[in-house]
Design a protein around this ligand. Structure first.
Ligand code: NAG
Length: 242
């Protein structure tokens, strides 16, 4: 009898489980045809508005989504773990992208993004990319963009057929990416694998990148960048500079 309160405490009091927010509870259909953008944005709003250690789950299935701007600040969130078990497919309607990103994570601290596939469905839009030929061109959206994030951990994601760059890391601090797979045909325009600029303390390890442009491009204003175990090809290796 005396043990009961202790056991009760262990089961219920101690170590509260990480709050889980599931896109399916926000109306996602996961059928690959219905537009799940609204469900994802509602789930993000709930996750970003929670407190403590927060988990956002995207279960197995295929989700057709338009631009997703997952922006903070998430004031009371200490860490935000996104578990993507399924595949996200980008809408091919180009006029829906007002931003330069398809999926953007911005102004978030302590984000981890685990697993999943980001399919940019770029083949339909590559013919509209005139950037290789023209200076003032309209830039197509990057598959996954990190902007102004601090302490970001990305593991086991796959990015396919981005409309433009695959992964962008802009003005971030303390970014670690591991086991990232990136693929687009060798003749696809500007499908750079990972592009970074104005970021500090970025480590990318064990990435497999095959694209139509640079595997990793290190732009302006970065410091403390470590790249290890990058398998590159097709693609142009790692470029530094603009
Ligand atoms: C660099 O980032 C890692 C996390 O990726 C962190 O553990 C480390 O403390 C950071 N280093 C500095 C100097 O901020």
């Amino acid at each position: 009898m005396k043990l009961f309160p202790v056991i009760f405490f262990l089961l219920h009091g101690c170590c509260r489980a990480v709050a889980g927010i599931n896109v399916m509870n926000y109306g996602a259909r996961a059928d690959g045809r219905s537009d799940d953008t609204k469900a994802f944005m509602e789930a993000w709003k709930a996750a970003c508005g929670s407190s403590g250690a927060v988990k956002l789950v995207i279960p197995r299935g295929t989700y057709l989504v338009g631009p997703l701007l997952f922006n903070g600040p998430c004031k009371d969130v200490l860490s935000l773990r996104i578990e993507l078990q399924g595949t996200m497919k980008a809408t091919t309607e180009l006029n829906r992208y007002k931003n330069t990103a398809w999926v953007q994570f911005g102004w978030v601290n302590g984000l981890s993004l685990m697993g999943g596939v980001f399919d940019g469905q770029g083949a339909a839009s590559w013919p509209y990319n005139n950037c290789p030929k023209q200076m003032d061109c309209k830039v197509l959206p990057t598959n996954i963009m990190f902007v102004n994030t601090v302490d970001t951990y990305v593991e086991g994601i796959t990015s396919l057929n981005s409309k433009f760059f695959h992964v962008g890391i802009v003005a971030c601090a303390n970014f670690r990416g591991i086991d990232i797979a990136i693929g687009a045909p060798a003749d696809s325009p500007n499908t750079d694998g990972i592009h970074m600029e104005r970021s500090r303390n970025v480590t990318i390890s064990r990435a497999a990148i095959g694209t139509g442009d640079d595997c990793v491009s290190v732009g302006q204003g970065n410091s403390d960048v470590v790249l290890t175990g990058i398998r590159c090809g097709p693609g142009h290796g790692s470029a530094s500079g603009a």
